[in-house]
Design a protein around this ligand. Structure first.
Ligand code: DI6
Ligand code: FE
Length: 401
């Protein structure tokens, strides 16, 4: 079934650039893009449907490539404490932080986790998101990591969004392994990852490489097992200190290394050579009131692809809008609106291993797009959140959220 979409301007985002086509048209066949170009050259055919997009700007559907959407409880109380001067590390040392979300997540049933995550995910979808990554990492034992990943899978079945599920068992040390981090890593490698992968619940494997989490050596053990299981890896690296986790990620041809405020130029060179995407998370930078900026010039100079994501999580980035992240990427990290949009489309797709099928409006790619009633593409990074008038199309069909 062929559909013609016309009376629009298109920012295709091919190769991470606006690549604008004014007065454009697009032809979709089922769930794929069959043609895109100037309206005057649109192929004549017996279209089953013709849609008038009323002068909208069409972009690829937004892709949020780093979220922790599934969790129990919330941590607004810690937010208040931090505003009174208590640090994230101090809160973590007193059993708060990630550990408190682990307790709440373990105590919640699968249905309870589903219903709280569904509300947050709908908020992202109302902002034009058509693909989202969701991490586990608040269960920290086999049963509870499984519960989180099952919720991620169910969300992708219940809502009009493609979900990539990432196993982040190596997020923090669970209380039952206190002072036994190597034993927990061994448990992840020998029991958790093989079981969860065999159940088809894992699309990628992530870890938190940080002085208050896991060392590069421990992360490497997890990466080796992921590789044996045929799963791509990603890494939370260089968020609070420089352990060169991003270089380690590059050595394992990671899809992405994420956060990266403390990375060095050598790390950028290694990532560029490996094609590892730099996922920047301005929401966490903002919410923790960090001052160390990611090395934008080194990333640009060495041609590292840069993605932007919400990092939606209860502790460091309770962010429910990807467009707000685009704005923060521009204001806080000095990215251009074009770079920011590429970061939530083409480069975000690459960070999920979906770069050949998603993230830009090109022939043969999946027809996930948003027709925005805006004056210019930069408007997407300009408005601070809120809802923009738009029409969201996924797999070639209109989406209602
Ligand atoms: N880095 C983060 O910013 C989140 N996880 C991570 O590895 C924080 C998660 C939390 O505080 O709950
Ligand atoms: Fe994160």
């Amino acid at each position: 079934m062929k559909t013609l979409w016309q009376h629009c301007h298109v920012a295709t985002m091919a190769n991470g650039k606006y690549s604008i086509i004014e007065d454009a048209a697009m032809v979709t066949a089922g769930s794929l893009i069959e043609w895109v170009g100037p309206r005057s050259q649109a192929p004549t055919a017996d279209y089953a449907q013709v849609h008038d997009l009323q002068g909208a700007w069409v972009t690829p559907g937004l892709i949020d490539c780093h979220t922790h959407t599934v969790f129990g409880g919330n941590r607004s109380g810690e937010f208040e404490q931090r505003l009174e001067g208590v640090s994230y590390a101090e809160i973590a040392a007193k059993g708060g932080g990630i550990a408190s979300t682990v307790r709440a997540t373990r105590a919640a049933s699968e249905d309870e986790l589903f219903s709280s995550a569904e509300k947050r995910l709908r908020s992202l979808l109302r902002d034009g998101v058509t693909t989202v990554e969701i991490k586990s990492g608040y269960g920290l034992d086999l049963a509870n990591e499984r519960k989180m990943l099952r919720v991620a899978r169910r969300l992708g079945e219940a809502l009009p969004v493609s979900v990539r599920a990432t196993c982040l068992a190596a997020h923090a040390l669970p209380p039952e392994y206190k002072d036994r981090a190597d034993d927990y890593i061994e448990h992840i490698c020998s029991q958790m990852l093989p079981a969860l992968a065999a159940e088809g619940l894992v699309d990628a494997v992530d870890a938190f490489c940080e002085y208050l989490a896991f060392s590069p050596e421990q992360v490497e053990r997890v990466f080796k097992v992921a590789q044996q299981l045929g799963l791509p890896v990603k890494l939370h690296a260089e968020q609070l200190s420089s352990l060169h986790g991003s270089s380690l990620a590059a050595r394992y041809h990671a899809l992405s290394a994420d956060h990266l405020e403390f990375m060095t130029e050598e790390d950028a060179i290694a990532m560029a050579a490996a094609g590892t995407v730099a996922v920047l998370l301005p929401g966490a930078f903002y919410f923790l009131r960090e001052t160390q900026l990611p090395p934008m010039e080194a990333l640009r100079k060495h041609g590292v692809k840069i993605a932007i994501a919400s990092d939606l999580n209860p502790g460091t980035s309770p962010a429910l809008s990807v467009r707000l992240m685009l704005n923060m990427a521009c204001t806080l990290f000095r990215m251009t609106p074009e770079e920011a949009l590429a970061g939530a489309t083409q480069h975000a797709a690459t960070a999920l291993g979906l770069g050949d099928t998603h993230g830009s409006l090109e022939v043969g790619k999946v027809a996930d797009f948003v027709a925005w009633q805006i004056d210019r593409p930069a408007d997407l990074a300009y408005w601070l959140g809120g809802e923009l008038d738009k029409r969201v199309v996924r797999h070639g069909a209109d989406v209602t959220v």
